[in-house]
Design a protein around this ligand. Structure first.
Ligand code: URP
Ligand code: ZN
Ligand code: ZN
Length: 486
C-alpha cells in the first residue's frame, strides 16, 4: 500500500522545493514531480516537513514524591497532534540503582502505550562498578546518551567526581553525556534561606535558582567534559550565563550543544508573581522562566547556531500535584507541559516574527537533534529511504491554545490563551496518518516503536586532533592515556 503526499512544498533543514513524496510502507520511496500512489494526501498550500523530534520528555516519571501525570499514551497522542513524531524520554534508575532494570521498566510502561516513536536517555544518579558495567549494555541496547543532574540535592544530584567518571565512560563507549546544569548545593542553600525568611510561594522558586547557579554549573560541566575529552549536551539552557559558556566552548573548538525550551523562549519570570498561587505553581520548573533579556539571548543563539535544538522538558503535573508545595515552594513538583504546542508556538513566535526561516525551524525542531543523537537521516530528514515521519504543516490553520481542547492529561496549559498561526494538517509516523486536522481520532496505542541509536564510533576524532595541535610542546595529550573505569 503506497501513499503520495501531493502538491506540497517540501521544507528541510537545507532547502525548500515543490515536489511530491511517495511513501511505501513505512519509508520514503521517492521524491519528485507527478508521483502516483494508492492513496493521496493533499498538501496544497502546505509545507511538507520532517516530523518533529522532542528530545526531552518525562512521561510518568517518579519525581519529588509523586509521578508525572502525563502517560506515554496521552503524551504521544499530544505529540502527534502538534506535529511531533518522536520523543526521547528520560529513564531514571529505581531504588535498586540498576540502569538496565530501569530501562526494562520504561519498556514495560511505554511499549503498550506509545503511538509515535520513542528513544531514551538514561540517567546516571550514582557511581559504582555495577553502573560502570551496565552502561556498556545500555549502549548496546540502543541508548547513546546519559543524563547527569547537577541539581536536586539529596535525590538525583551527582557529584563532580562521579560525573567525571561517567563522562570518561561515555567517551570510551561512544556515548554523549547530557547535563541538567544548576549548582544543586547553592540552590538548596537558597531554598533554605528564602523559606526561613518567609518567602514560601512560587516566586521563591525563581529567586532560589538565579541564572548564576545555572551558568556556574554549565561552565563546570563543560570543563569536566573537556577534561574527559567527550562532547557535551546541555539540556534546558535558560539564561545568558549558560549560553555564554556554551558559545565560548564552541569557539574553542569543543563540541558542546545547547537546548533551549519553548517555554523559556516564550514565557518570562513575571509568571511567578501572579497573585493566584495555582497559576504560578503550575509554571514552576527548573531552571525557572527568565526575564526578557535572557529570552532575547536564547533566540539569538538559535539564529546564530550557538544553540541547536528546541525541546519541551515535558514533565506535566496536575494542579492537585502542584499543591504538594502549598506550604513551601521547594515541595512543588518541578515541571511543565509543552509537547503539544512546541512546534506551533515556535513557528508563531519564531518564523512568523522573522526570527527563524522555515528551514531553521526544521533544523531546530528535528534535523539537528537527529544528527546529534545519531539517527539521521532515518529520522529528521525527507530523503529516499528515511522513515516516513512527516508533518504536512498548514500555515493557514490557527487556534487559541486552551487546556480544555488539549490532548495532554493535565488540567491547565502554560500557554493558555496564546494564538498559534500554523498547525499540522496531517502528521504521519512511519507512513501512517496518526493525526488529521478535523478528525480528532487518536492513533493506536502501542503502534509506536523504540528507536535504537548506535554509539558514535569516531565522535572524538576532531576533538582529539584539536587537542594534539594545542597541547603544550613536549606534553602528550593522548586521551587513550587517560585511565578509564570507575
Ligand atoms: O522542572 C523540571 N525541569 N522538571 C523535570 C526534571 C528536569 O529537571 O528535567
Ligand atoms: Zn532538568
Ligand atoms: Zn527534564
Amino acid at each position: 500500500m503506497s501513499k503520495v503526499i501531493k502538491n506540497g512544498t517540501i521544507v528541510t533543514a537545507d532547502r525548500t522545493w515543490k515536489a511530491d513524496v511517495l511513501i511505501e510502507g513505512e519509508t520514503i520511496k521517492a521524491i519528485g514531480a507527478d508521483l502516483k500512489g494508492d492513496e493521496t494526501i493533499d498538501a496544497t498550500d502546505a509545507y511538507v516537513m520532517p516530523g518533529g523530534i522532542d528530545p526531552h520528555t518525562h512521561m510518568e516519571m517518579p519525581f519529588m514524591g509523586t509521578h508525572a501525570a502525563e502517560t506515554f499514551e496521552s503524551g504521544t497522542f499530544a505529540a502527534a497532534t502538534g506535529g511531533t513524531t518522536m520523543l526521547v524520554d528520560f529513564v531514571l534508575p529505581g531504588p535498586d540503582g540498576s540502569i538496565l532494570k530501569a530501562m526494562d521498566d520504561w519498556d514495560r510502561k511505554s511499549a503498550p502505550q506509545i503511538s509515535v516513536d520513542i528513544g531514551y536517555h538514561v540517567a546516571i544518579a550514582d557511581w559504582n562498578e555495577t553502573i560502570h558495567g551496565e552502561m556498556a549494555e545500555v549502549v548496546r541496547r540502543g541508548v547513546n546518551t546519559f543524563k547527569h543532574f547537577m541539581a536536586y540535592k539529596g535525590a538525583l544530584m551527582i557529584d563532580d567526581d562521579e560525573m567525571f567518571a561517567s563522562f570518561r565512560r561515555c567517551a570510551e563507549l561512544g556515548a554523549l553525556p547530557l547535563v541538567h546544569a544548576e549548582n544543586g548545593d547553592v540552590v538548596a542553600a537558597l531554598q533554605e534561606k528564602y523559606m526561613a525568611e518567609g518567602l514560601t510561594g512560587p516566586e521563591g522558586h525563581a529567586f532560589s535558582r538565579p541564572p548564576e547557579v545555572e551558568g556556574e554549573a554549565a561552565n563546570r560541566a563543560i570543563m569536566i567534559a573537556d577534561a574527559a575529552n567527550v562532547p557535551l549536551y546541555v539540556v534546558h539552557v535558560s539564561c545568558e550565563q549558560a549560553h555564554e559558556a556554551i558559545r565560548r566552548a564552541r569557539q574553542k573548538g569543543m563540541r558542546v550543544y545547547g537546548e533551549p525550551l519553548i517555554q523559556h523562549l516564550t514565557l518570562d519570570d513575571s509568571e511567578y508573581f501572579n497573585k493566584d498561587w495555582d497559576y504560578s505553581a503550575r509554571r514552576v520548573m527548573s531552571p525557572p522562566f527568565r526575564n526578557k533579556e535572557h529570552q532575547a539571548g536564547l533566540w539569538a543563539g538559535l539564529q546564530a547556531g550557538s544553540l541547536q535544538v528546541v525541546a519541551t522538558d515535558h514533565c506535566a503535573f496536575t494542579t492537585e500535584q502542584k499543591r504538594m508545595g502549598l506550604k513551601g515552594f521547594p515541595m512543588i513538583p518541578n515541571g511543565t507541559g509543552g509537547l503539544e504546542d512546541r512546534m506551533p508556538m515556535l513557528w508563531t513566535e519564531g518564523v512568523e516574527t522573522g526570527r527563524l526561516t522555515p528551514n531553521e525551524f526544521v533544523a531546530v525542531t528535528s534535523s539537528n537533534i537527529a544528527k546529534i543523537l545519531n539517527v539521521y537521516p532515518k529520522k529528521g530528514a525527507i530523503v529516499e529511504g528515511a522513515d516516513a515521519d512527516i508533518v504536512v504543516w498548514d500555515p493557514k490553520l490557527s487556534k487559541t491554545i486552551t487546556a480544555a481542547a488539549q490532548k495532554s492529561i493535565i488540567d491547565y496549559n502554560v500557554f493558555e490563551g496564546r494564538e498559534v498561526s500554523a498547525l499540522p494538517r496531517y502528521t504521519l509516523s512511519r507512513g501512517e496518518v496518526v493525526w488529521a486536522d478535523g478528525q480528532n481520532s487518536a492513533p493506536q496505542p502501542g503502534r509506536g516503536r523504540f528507536v535504537p541509536r548506535p554509539a558514535f564510533p569516531s565522535q572524538n576524532v576532531a576533538l582529539t586532533k584539536w587537542k594534539a595541535l594545542t597541547a603544550p610542546r613536549g606534553v602528550k595529550r593522548d586521551p587513550r592515556n587517560i585511565p578509564s573505569g570507575v
